[in-house]
Design a protein around this ligand. Sequence first.
Ligand code: GDP
Ligand code: MG
Length: 291
Amino acid sequence: MSHKSGFVNIIGSPNVGKSTLMNQLVGEKLSIITSKMQTTRHRIMGMVNEKDYQIVFSDTPGIIAPGYKLHENMMKYVAEALKDADVVMMVTDIYEDPEKIKDRLTQINQLKVPVILLVNKIDQSDQSALELTIEKWKKYLPKAQILPISALHNMSIEFILPKLLEWLPENPPYFDKDQLTNKNMRFFVSEIIREKILILYQKEVPYSCEVTVEEYKDEEKITKIRANIMVSRNSQKAIIIGHQGKKIKKLGTDARIDIEAFIMKKVHLELYVKLDKDWRDKDQKLKRYGY
Ligand code: GDP
Ligand code: MG
């Protein structure tokens, strides 16, 4: 019996719904989602395993012009994702203007692999506006398959998989068939905490934070987790902690509830705030944080 396997790499501008789509396709919440820009910092793989195929999806950070070294490293994941793709899945939404990213679209047109363009958030559009949008994108990506979807509301998602299977090469599986992702539990725990930081704090603060899991102890009835929130300026410590520690308490509770749901076990979560001055612009620090 033949077996298909390959890499489907998801790229696109920030906030168009790449992570929402990846989670829908994989059927698990692997990638964190918020309405804020630059939520996704890493390349996260999610596998869909069946008897005769294995699809390895990669979610990537949104494409941006780098401001910090952190951003440069984030964009390396995007470049990497373009190189090893068997299929490129570009996500846009009904609001994005292709004219504004036409240089990138020219690059994508030159790719040798199949490209599928998903126009997301159709729940917020009507039929006639949508037709115009699709016509517009066709001019910029003439070779791509274009499919309007809503990742959030699970509309037309079912058309994606058959298309991909048509294109994927015959290969043995790249990963164990029971493997769901390339990241470990510690990574997902730190990502869940980071998601709550993005939701609870304003402006620059979430972008200045990194989360490290210092201890992850699986006991019979409970998992004990100790994590550090690293801030890049001293003044941000007090902001994270909040008046009488109320803010960090809320952060801890919200994160714990989600971690418990993710690992399906009771969790004891301890959070500490630490200063790591200007970590976003130092190579050695970025390396330590896995960028
Ligand atoms: P990413 O930055 O491309 O990974 O985008 P996210 O997946 O983090 O989503 C960004 C925002 O768009 C979040 O607030 C999502 O809930 C929202 N979103 C994603 N898909 C849809 C959709 O189909 N319809 C609507 N209305 N919102 C969506
Ligand atoms: Mg994302």
